[in-house]
Design a protein around this ligand. Structure first.
Ligand SMILES: Cc1cc2nc3c(=O)[nH]c(=O)nc-3n(C[C@H](O)[C@H](O)[C@H](O)COP(=O)(O)OP(=O)(O)OC[C@H]3O[C@@H](n4cnc5c(N)ncnc54)[C@H](O)[C@@H]3O)c2cc1C
Length: 642
């Protein structure tokens, strides 16, 4: 096993921690950016906590450091923790099976009131809320298991329960709330008073810097008056209490105005607050999603979460953990779809054999199986590490969210193809002509939004890439920053030169994860590959930085390939660790090894594709083509349609 900090990376840690953290606006040159981009970036940077110097397993992949010992042996759920969740999880499973009718909910667009009451009665609205505040006090791991059950059964109920406690009032209060706020609100929401999270506005989607809902202090400062409108607030229609992000008075930083966002807990019954519209969607038809209007809504200063101006940090930190619920729900969706596909591919005979014997269909099912296994490994590895408070996991959770939601969409698409016409037919229609009501199209519609909300896939890639570049920005970012005095930039040339003279050559030394105790040789081969490849990834990223300098942030497609490689390496590593644990639990080795090996090999082919794309691509031409299309050129592409 390797020591936690090896020489070159220890150096990166020392290099970057020796000096006090600089505000990143001085590390990233924002001088040549458009006003909108600069404002978005500066706000995001001001709200960003630096990653701790040890990084995390996934973040370190980008600097060629492969700490398999941080995720191996598999951090299994303890017997006590499992036992603590068992009673609730059994009740939830029984409740869903016996009292929740997903197709009826989808058809009517309503979750029956008795389901709200029934879920509240078993504690489903306060799963992680500590017992002293009226919740079940369960771990992230058990919460994840609940999300798997919910996802596998009904997307609408999953979204209700998840938005309520992963991003609604419970999670931000558990992270940032005062004792008084916790005592006042946690028992309410754990008991079933629905909560919601209101960040998005019509003009502020991925870019909260453009938020316009204002919170102005009263003259004595004891209250704030909120005016504005929030869009797409999930659960808003049913909520009793909201977490609301609002713009407060700007702060002057370095002689310039900086936008401030502040988080508040707002009772829906407060005069001036109106739910003006219920939004309806392609899927999740029973989502209680609202437009919320605020007209002179008075909120006490005591209802501020964290301090004034910390609202975006509250939102981002809440999401860092909260976005683990979606991948867990995706595990549930994907397992259900795999099960549907498995049965159908075995029983549907065409051209003389079950369709699962045709290689084209078999290939889809193999891919689903491997991906379900890896998705579960990544999600529950991250959940377990979170329960163990193993450092900063924002990269892991973002990778889980991005990979699981995209992969689940692919699985839903493939499951529909496997089911053929029956995949496209609604459960209601199937039942009407005497066939089993198997709702592939409902799952497909319901899971589509997962790559859009709680941080879209594109924003996840930007977020991960930002963290990937962080060690390099801290060491060498100042060189390119025209906003800094020459003396500081010259100093950066010297320190970064010294650093890279040590770090860079080491990225060429064939890497190894070292000796790994008790890991099956088939799995070890993949882990050694991941270790070697993390160095190749680090070199590639460094070369891209050398080539593009401060303009690298514009190369979103190139950066997304590096993010894709690291995410696959994380998936391979989590899969191998999990597979070894299953072997230790006495699971049939031929089954486990075939599944893990299949996943790792297919992941490696995707990694090859990403690397090939970093060398040869049509990104530049594609960008130019898009600008032409946007400018109205290529008239033929618009002609001949209605
Ligand atoms: C069903 C549903 C439920 C929701 N629930 C909630 C909720 O409970 N609370 C809440 O606050 N919000 C909620 N939202 C809002 C959701 O989080 C936003 O839709 C999401 O943040 C994206 O914003 P947008 O739709 O305005 O897209 P935009 O930000 O306009 O983006 C459009 C596209 O451009 C991409 N894009 C944007 N900026 C960049 C960039 N810099 N680089 C590359 N690509 C970029 C995006 O990824 C996206 O593909 C919900 C939305 C839906 C549809």
């Amino acid at each position: 096993m390797k020591s936690p900090l090896e020489a070159p990376e220890k150096q990166i840690a020392e290099e970057t921690s020796a000096k006090p953290q600089k505000p990143t606006a001085s590390v990233i040159d924002t001088s040549k950016m458009s006003e909108g981009k600069r404002a978005a970036l500066e706000l995001a940077e001001a709200s960003r906590d630096p990653l701790d110097d040890r990084g995390s397993f996934a973040s370190n992949l980008f600097i060629g450091r492969y700490d398999f010992d941080r995720i191996y042996p598999w951090p299994a759920q303890s017997a006590e923790d499992r036992a603590a969740g068992e009673d609730f999880l059994n009740k939830l499973e029984t409740y869903l099976r016996e009292h929740v009718d997903p197709d009826e909910i989808d058809r009517t667009g309503e979750i029956p009131p008795e389901n709200f009451a029934g879920l509240a009665a078993i504690g489903a609205f306060g799963i992680k809320v500590p017992k002293q505040y009226g919740g079940l006090g369960l771990s992230q791991f058990n919460y994840g298991r609940a999300a798997v059950l919910l996802g596998s059964w009904d997307g609408n109920v999953a979204a209700l329960v998840s938005a309520h406690q992963s991003i609604g009032v419970a999670q931000p209060l558990m992270l940032f709330g005062t004792e008084e706020q916790k005592r006042k609100y946690l028992p309410r929401v754990a008991g079933g008073e629905i909560s919601a999270f209101a960040l998005t506005e019509s003009h502020a989607g991925s870019d909260p810097a453009t938020m316009s809902l204002r919170a102005d202090p009263t003259p004595d400062g004891s209250e704030f008056i909120l005016n504005g409108e929030k869009l797409w607030c999930t659960n808003g229609v049913k909520a009793g209490v909201l977490v609301v992000m609002a713009k407060t008075a700007p702060k002057i930083v370095g002689g310039k105005e900086r936008k401030q966002i502040t988080a508040f807990i707002v009772d829906v019954a407060t005069p001036g607050l109106e739910i003006t519209y219920r939004c309806r969607f392609m899927g999740l038809r029973a989502l209680y999603n609202a437009v919320v209007k605020f007209t002179d809504v008075r909120v006490s200063r005591e209802n501020m979460i964290a301090k004034e101006g910390a609202g975006l940090k509250v939102a981002l930190t809440t999401l860092n953990t909260g976005r683990l619920t979606l991948p867990a729900a995706c595990v549930g969706v994907s397992k259900r779809l795999l099960e549907i596909s498995r049965k159908w591919a075995g029983e549907r005979v065409q051209w003389g054999v079950p369709i699962g014997k045709h290689a084209a269909i078999a290939g889809k099912i193999a891919e689903m199986a491997g991906n379900v296994f890896a998705m579960e490994a990544m999600t529950f590895l991250s959940s377990s590490l979170l329960d163990r408070k193993s450092g900063d996991l924002r990269i892991e959770t973002a990778m889980c969210k991005m990979w699981a939601t995209e992969t689940t969409w692919k699985i839903a698409d493939d499951a529909m193809q496997v089911r053929g016409g029956r995949g496209y037919e609604t459960a209601h229609s199937l039942a009407g002509r005497g066939e089993p009501p198997i709702a592939v199209e409902r799952f497909l519609r319901d899971c589509r939004v997962n790559t859009i909300f709680e941080g879209s896939s594109e924003i996840m890639r930007l977020f991960i890439a930002r963290e990937a570049l962080d060690p390099h920005l801290k060491v060498g970012g100042a060189i390119f920053n025209t906003q800094l005095p020459m003396s500081e930039r010259a100093k950066a040339v010297f320190t970064s030169g010294k650093f890279y003279a040590g770090w860079y050559p080491r990225q060429w030394i064939p890497g190894s994860a070292g000796r790994i105790d008790n890991l099956h040789s088939d799995l070890e081969a993949h882990v050694q590959y991941a270790s070697r490849t993390s160095k190749r990834l680090a070199r590639g990223l460094f070369h891209a930085m050398a080539r593009f300098g401060p303009k690298l942030d514009r190369e979103q497609l190139l950066l997304s390939r590096f993010v894709g490689i690291a995410t696959e390496l994380f998936a391979i590593s989590a899969t191998c660790s999990y597979a070894q644990w299953l072997l230790g639990q006495g699971k049939p080795s031929d089954e486990v090894l075939l599944l893990a090996d299949y996943f790792c090999r297919s992941s490696r082919t995707r990694i090859d594709g990403h690397f090939a794309g970093t060398r040869r691509n049509v990104d530049k031409r594609g960008y130019q083509l898009t600008q032409d299309v946007l400018a109205g050129k290529h008239e033929t592409l618009r002609s001949g349609i209605v």
